[in-house]
Write a protein that binds this ligand. Sequence first.
Ligand code: PLP
Length: 415
Amino acid sequence: MIQFETASRRTHTLAEADPEVAELVTEEDRRQRHGLQLIASENLVSAAVREAVGSVFTDKYAEGRPGRRYYSGCEFADQVEELAENRARELYATDYHVNVQPHSGTQANLAVYLATLEPGDKILAMDLAMGGHLSHGSPYNASGKLYEAHFYGVSRDTEQIDYDELARIAEEVQPKLIVSGASAYARFIDFARFAEIAKSVGALLHTDMAHIAGLIAAGEHPSPFGHADFVTTTTHKTLRGPRGGLLFCKQEYRKKVNSAVFPGMQGGPLMHQIAGKAVAFREAMTPAFRAYQQTVRKNAAVLAEGLSQRGFRIVGGGTDNHMVLVDMNGRTTGAEAEEALRQNHIYVNKNLIPFDQLPPSKTSGIRIGTPAMTSRGLTPDDFAEVAQLMADVLLGETTDGVARVEAICARLTTA
Ligand code: PLP
């Protein structure tokens, strides 16, 4: 029997203390290293972020805000949270108030609603079936159960947001809050236009920049700061931090937002995740991070071009960000495409495309993202090869997909 150990009195490895879990960690590590991780919402954190997340801060309770806690012994928790807050504001060059405590993107969104809405109030957000997120008013999520959700989508012709139509719906619905931001939308989002529309109907504007937060930090996508009243994000997608949420608001909403997060939505903050967020924000302020985001976009553009040349229709006519939405053109369902790729160690997810006739369990499309493999070092030339490899798999024109994936992974020196 191994004695109970703490981080500071450690004599056994995980493998010795718990071989079952250690084995699963090893297997997941192997899966990640020997496959192409192309799920648009995933990325890889640095070793420094992982060390912070695995630190003794996991043991600390720190309900409340820095300097005003409901627990004793928070002097270092206070400092790490303040560091994270200051870095988050610096990263986005904003004077908005920030709260780094939301456990996830969904929690951050729900905190905005809790801070601004009464049950039954109207929100207007992007339809889940057109690229929105569950936490933007889906009937399966608290946001759709508590509030009266109305939706906008994309135009049938361009598969891009039709801002005139959005303005018309906003005028008709008269929502209290408009949500801008998406989970499956590959074109730039015009936050200035959203702000104009929100202002014209007296609505508050909330931007959920979860997918594009890293691009925005690097100046590779227009920023919502200065336009939106609230900005939320996850920290683990393009931003390349640990799993978690982040919430900014104009200073006037500071108190309401803080109390919506705690005690409204959550108990104690995850101080180890906050330490990891602080590290990630520092990394995101470096020139290397800016170069990384430029490559993320170039890689997505090359991927879209390569798939398009092989006859796949790119939803929305192309990509401006880190993701590519592909219409399987009825050759297979998105679910079948996802599985065929998975069998070749290429990971993407099935995704509804605008006006999809198939249910979410099947879908007509797939969503592909470049952030994780760009973190591993893939260049635009590599992505040209990945596009051909994916097309070969999807069209049934290769029998050595696994070996080709292995050859690409073998070239990578990082992660
Ligand atoms: N908002 C958007 C736009 C997302 O795409 C996602 C996740 O994919 C979320 C929020 C939710 O984040 P989480 O999974 O951390 O709750």
